[in-house]
Design a binder for this molecule. Sequence first.
Ligand SMILES: Nc1nc2c(ncn2[C@@H]2O[C@H](COP(=O)(O)OP(=O)(O)OP(=O)(O)O)[C@@H](O)[C@H]2O)c(=O)[nH]1
Length: 145
Amino acid sequence: MLRFVQSSEGFLLVYSITDLRSYEYIRHLHQHIRKVHSDSKIPIIIVANKGDLLHVRQVPSDSGIQLANELGCSFVEISTSENCQDVCDVFHHLCKEISKHQSTSTVEKRRGSIMPRPRSPNMQDLKRRFKQALSPKVKASSAMA
Ligand SMILES: Nc1nc2c(ncn2[C@@H]2O[C@H](COP(=O)(O)OP(=O)(O)OP(=O)(O)O)[C@@H](O)[C@H]2O)c(=O)[nH]1
């Protein structure tokens, strides 16, 4: 699993709204991703599946939203069996987030590689440094006199 997490550029963390344990496991998966990827902005979407099984729901939508906010992820509730378009949309959304993330991190890397130009010394600074350099000599010569 580590190998897959390392080589991935984005994640869909899926739980079932009918299974509280699968929801609780999301936090653990998220921690694992964070350990492997130091980049805190790697795209992660939390997906609540089986949205059609409302009569056996164990996880309210609000809990999913709350968790996603807390972990800084996107959130969507879907039903893979009722609406396969939802599945396409989730993957599409993830791909968009990955490409956005990659373009911003490339810009940041470029910015980081540009060395700041050394500031040329201004006259005030030169005067101050000149005085500083002279002052021990002045003291020494007055002590001799
Ligand atoms: N009603 C409903 N059933 C679903 C949905 N998604 C998957 N299922 C059903 O849930 C069962 C398990 O689906 P799998 O794709 O095998 O997924 P799994 O990870 O093994 O999931 P679990 O067995 O539920 O832990 C299958 O019978 C699917 O048809 C959904 O959105 N709604």
